[in-house]
Write a protein that binds this ligand. Structure first.
Ligand code: NAD
Length: 346
């Protein structure tokens, strides 16, 4: 199959690109290379005959039409997005343009291409979204695919809007879509502004390890390579028009996650003091959702998918990856906003 992947130079998109090529799919990576895009993430496949790259912005409809025309994909996996909640608080405009208008452009470009080809029934538009569209849970309960949308940040509101557009294009125009909403990912190539890489890199640099509020926010953690595996499965086997929640079956409070990472570093890179002594509680994020939890019943029962790693195994692999790949993360530390506290301008 030839898959057009948007956002393939980002964290999750690059895991999808690497896995799809490894499984023998042809992949066209469409990415604008914003501050979050990094071609080093796909260096392993750059010379593979199955792989090609197009530097295109999804806000540019004409460029998308040209890419479809040139590459004639069998399926689209749409991951390109502005993805950092803190940046959405400081500057929501880019989130509206890329996540909403960009998704609209993707849908229209896909619809025009699919229609011109005679509406092949096996074409797929797979929209990749987040569990954050469901809002915040209390201490109990889980998000199912039937949970009402209740986004609370500019990021999650823009993703919710994009999900609604994708469903509308299926209902109205018959575009063959599938959707997924996943929990927090972590793993190799995670951009160094997100919680887990910040913890690892600040710990190694001897800096304060910032934890928002009291660290009591709960997230479900999904190893990125497990996520890529689930995404390819949904693309190939998911029912048309259907949404699948994808979780890691690994709920953890932020403070427990951070402490675990510190303990892994104590073992792997020991020093005179404990890394957890560097933990510093900082002012909470505005509108910080308390808890997300995924009910993974649908993807497990209908498609037979479950995550392959526990959060302990995944964190161990992730910390080791950052220790082994210093060149990768050092090259990103000069990028705009990296290492700064974001999300406090609002
Ligand atoms: N990271 C998570 O934990 C998580 C969880 C759930 C859902 N998601 C969703 O998964 C997708 C990928 O997330 P990620 O963490 O890999 O993001 P990321 O920020 O690491 O990567 C996003 C990629 O999209 C590209 N991009 C951004 N704007 C673009 C534009 N206008 N045109 C073309 N390319 C553009 C960037 O250059 C980058 O390569 C997003 O849709 C996000 O909403 C992420």
């Amino acid at each position: 199959m030839k898959i057009l992947v948007t956002g393939g130079a980002g964290f999750i998109g690059s895991a999808v690109v690497r896995l799809a090529v490894a499984r023998g799919h042809a992949v066209v990576n469409v990415d604008a290379l914003t501050y979050a895009g990094c071609l080093a993430n796909v260096a392993d496949v750059a010379d593979n005959a199955l792989y090609s790259f197009e530097q295109v912005d999804i806000r540019d409809r004409a460029a998308l039409d040209a890419v479809m025309d040139t590459h004639q994909p069998d399926a689209i996996m749409h991951l390109a997005a502005e993805s950092h909640v803190d940046r959405s608080i400081d500057g929501p405009g880019d989130f509206i343009e890329t996540n909403i208008t960009g998704t609209y452009n993707m849908l229209e470009a896909a619809r025009a291409y699919w229609t011109a080809k005679g509406k092949p029934a096996d074409f797929r538009f797979h929209h990749i979204s987040t569990d954050e569209v469901y809002g915040s849970l209390g201490e109990t309960g889980m998000f199912t695919e039937e949970t009402s949308y209740d986004p609370r940040s500019p990021y999650s509101a823009s993703k919710a809007a994009s999900d609604h557009l994708v469903r509308a294009w299926h209902e109205t125009y018959g575009l063959p879509v599938v959707l997924t909403n996943c929990s927090n990912n972590y793993g190799p190539y995670h951009f160094p502004e997100k919680l887990i890489p910040v913890v690892i890199l600040n710990a190694l640099a001897g800096k304060d390890i910032p934890v928002y509020g009291k660290g009591e926010n709960v997230r479900d953690w999904l190893y990125v390579e497990d996520h890529a595996d689930a995404l390819l499965l949904v693309l190939e086997k998911g029912a048309l028009g259907r949404s699948y929640n994808i979780g890691g079956e690994n709920e953890a409070r932020n403070i427990d996650l951070v402490t675990t990472i510190c303990q892994i570093l104590d073992d792997k890179r020991p020093k005179n003091t404990k890394y957890e002594d560097q933990i510093t509680f900082v002012a909470d994020r505005a509108g910080h959702d308390l808890r997300y939890a995924i009910d993974p019943g649908r993807i497990r029962d209908e498609l037979g998918w479950r995550p392959s790693v526990t959060v302990e195994e995944g964190l161990e692999k992730t910390v080791q990856w950052y220790l082994d790949n210093e060149d990768w993360w050092r090259a990103l530390q000069d990028r705009d906003g990296v290492g700064e506290r974001l999300g406090v301008k609002g």
